[in-house]
Design a protein around this ligand. Structure first.
Ligand code: NDP
Length: 317
């Protein structure tokens, strides 16, 4: 039995990343209904919005789903109270200290997973008592580690260092990359960009189209002096890159970023002034399928690739 499937009560070890402005109830419930784990991205949701999104997800699926809460979220107490009150079964925390909320959530029967980008933080998360970690490499979209450790290097290092199960993230979008993650020691994959470019994602159509059109080299890890984030090339990103090559101070970069850029880009479809967050793997995406078809294609492809393999680590539930 796969430890992640057992932990979450899901059929397939495929997790859809919780992504601000992109993963609302339609995407999360579609992935959960397809046998994976759908996640609501609560970082961009006001407390009332999160309540509504959880209620809609619960109406759309009877399967387990999760909420991702970036620990730097300003109204975090309200989000956590909602999660407990509405009996969300699983929480993915990120961008902060896992000690803060893990025990509280677990005392209410909630499974807790923390997202890390280094072995050091994986060990801290394990010591804080989390049930699993997501090891997210340099290729990933959105917030990312400063060390720039790639998925190929990070996942085996975290899998060797920890005893809790590891979910690999960053650059994974299909059966081949899923099998590669398992070869590195992961017991599940977390997939973001592939699900941004899906019918059910709440991203603006213009952003989805830009993701599908993105080619090799179209993204860059940016704003390392503030909070590192992988951005898709657009006029706003070029302004950032130009400021960075001119050695702008963190204060100047914060002023340039302003507020609400991510909403403007990814949710409202402003491809000029908005912030567009996506992974390197956008270059490999050429269509906008339904989320269930993404899960089914990985499921089918993984079985075909591993037919005849006998090592129990590669067993697919
Ligand atoms: P900004 O400070 O630029 O803007 C805040 C945005 O969040 C606004 O668009 C606002 O919506 C919305 N928002 C939702 N709830 C609240 C709240 N309680 N108080 C204030 N604003 C709220 O931040 P970002 O857009 O860059 O990031 C927002 C959140 O998402 C942060 O918690 C951040 O850590 C997280 N994040 C996570 C990423 C990841 O990779 N996981 C990537 C980037 C950000 P409105 O415009 O309607 O007021």
């Amino acid at each position: 039995m796969n430890r992640i499937c057992e932990l979450f009560g899901i059929d397939r070890p495929i997790v859809q990343a919780g992504m601000i402005w992109c993963s609302g109830w339609e995407l999360a419930s579609a992935v959960s209904n397809a046998g994976g784990l759908g996640i609501l991205g609560a970082g961009s949701m006001y407390p009332e919005v999160l309540k509504d999104q959880i209620a809609r997800t619960q109406a759309a699926t009877t399967r387990p789903f999760a909420v991702n809460v970036p620990l730097i979220y300003p109204s975090i107490e309200e989000h956590m109270a909602t999660i407990v009150d509405m009996q969300v079964p699983i929480v993915f925390t990120s961008a902060g200290n896992p000690k803060a909320w893990t025990q509280h959530l677990q005392s209410h029967g909630i499974r807790v997973v923390h997202v890390v980008s280094s072995v050091k933080f994986a060990l801290k998360a394990e010591a804080a008592g989390v049930d699993a970690v997501v090891a997210e490499g340099f290729e990933a979209g959105g917030h990312n580690g400063r060390e720039e450790t790639t998925t190929l290097v990070l996942v085996p290092a975290v899998a060797d260092a920890c005893t809790i199960p590891v979910i690999a993230a960053g650059g994974i979008h299909d059966a081949r990359s899923t099998l590669a993650a398992f070869a590195l020691g992961a017991e599940a994959v977390q997939i973001g960009s592939r699900f941004v470019a899906s019918r059910e994602s709440s991203a603006h159509q213009a952003f989805k189209d830009a993701v599908v059109q993105a080619g090799e080299g179209a993204t860059r890890l940016s704003l390392k002096a503030l909070t590192p984030v992988r951005l898709l090339d657009n006029p706003f990103a070029r302004e950032v890159w130009s400021a960075e090559s001119g050695h702008a101070t963190p204060e100047q970069l914060a002023t340039l970023l302003g507020r609400g850029r991510a909403k403007r880009g990814m949710f409202e479809g402003d491809l000029t002034e908005g912030e567009l967050e996506i992974g390197q793997v956008a270059a490999a995406l050429n269509d906008l399928p339904q989320a269930a078809d993404i899960v089914a294609a990985i499921d089918r492809g993984y079985r075909a690739l591993t037919a005849g393999m006998t090592d129990p680590h590669f067993a697919w539930p």
